[in-house]
Design a protein around this ligand. Structure first.
Ligand code: NAD
Length: 299
């Protein structure tokens, strides 16, 4: 890549997603011919979080567009933990279902860990079950969390070689920051994770050749946080209300930080669409793996 670029390269997540989905569709066609069935995804949504409803709707549309069977279970806010787990138990045994995704966050009376742990690891298309996270940690092929895998897909798509580079991830969640740190290590980056308790966070961010933000704070990251010519991946999705209108922005102040960086993902149109594409790819992968492990298939 040209490190002297004057305007940043826009890392277009819609293009990356389009390519992932194109490949997934042709593999689904082959899967159908070989196995006389289509891959299936079940999504569970508990409660009334408007952002979660939008994400689930987008996932449902994606499955329809690429020919994956889908079921969405929309449960009321007061649904008990046991009810959610017994639904998961039945989906674990359902032969039509290859992937189960529980939309997070769950209402506070439900323990996320208990729910995730009840998913059959072979159907854990969000890659959050301890079995899959453990495999990821050991560098073994496994179902990998969709958003971190999406970030890697963006880097690969644009042939950005991060071997030897300094990568700083801001945010240490199990959903994004922690698994992403492992994937970046696998690509030979030198990885630092910063978070809400990190001292001198701007200085640490400014040391990054690759700066990734997964915080959930609108436009927090300005050019003062960015090393000249850095590559920025903005995972954050935040809804803001300005001038009587509402819109989505990332954690990065895009216009401000663009003036100094080499490449940047926009919000919307960056990591978001790639995350959904990776979910489709993971559902197909889970279906393929189940066909080669018939003993694990449900009744
Ligand atoms: P989370 O709330 O679980 O974690 C947020 C992390 O940010 C924490 O580790 C916290 O320590 C850190 N943090 C919070 N405030 C900070 C500050 N002021 N300075 C430094 N660090 C701070 O969130 P999450 O689930 O990891 O999601 C993070 C963001 O990414 C959210 O905006 C979410 O909507 C978005 N997200 C996007 C996608 C996608 O597909 N693009 C997928 C998942 C999450």
């Amino acid at each position: 890549m040209n490190i002297m670029a004057t305007k940043p390269l826009i890392l277009n997540g819609r293009s990356v997603a389009g390519e992932v989905l194109k490949n997934t569709v042709s593999e689904i066609e082959l899967f159908k011919l070989q196995n006389k069935r289509i891959p299936g995804l079940a999504v569970i949504l508990v409660g009334d979080n408007p952002a979660s409803h939008t994400y689930v709707k987008n996932k449902e549309i994606a499955t329809k567009n690429i020919g994956i069977y889908s079921e969405v279970h929309r449960l009321q806010e007061h649904t008990s933990e046991n009810e959610v787990i017994s639904l998961i138990n039945s989906l674990n045994l359902n032969p039509k279902i290859d992937g189960i995704l529980v939309q997070l966050p769950l209402p506070i009376h439900i323990k996320t860990e208990k729910v995730i742990n009840s998913i059959d690891p072979d159907k854990d298309v969000d890659g959050l079950h301890p079995y899959n996270l453990g495999n990821l940690m050991r560098g073994q092929k496994t179902l990998t969390p969709c958003t971190p895998q999406g970030v890697i897909e963006i880097l690969n798509h644009y042939s950005i070689n991060i071997s030897g580079l300094s990568a700083v991830i801001i945010g240490r969640s199990t959903l994004v920051g922690k698994p992403l740190s492992i994937l970046l290590l696998e690509k030979n980056a030198t990885v630092t994770i910063a978070h809400s308790k990190t001292d001198n966070i701007q200085e640490i961010a400014r040391s990054a050749d690759l700066l990734i933000s997964a915080i959930g704070k609108p436009k927090l990251i300005t050019k003062n946080w960015v090393k000249p010519n850095a590559i920025i991946i903005d995972v954050g999705i935040n809804r803001i209300h300005e001038n009587n209108a509402s819109r989505l922005v990332g954690d990065v102040d895009y216009d401000n930080a663009s003036s100094i960086c080499q490449a940047i993902t926009p919000v919307p149109g960056g990591v978001g669409p790639v995350t959904i594409a990776m979910l489709m790819a993971n559902t197909l992968k889970a279906a393929q793996q189940r066909e080669t492990k018939p003993a694990n298939r449900g009744a």
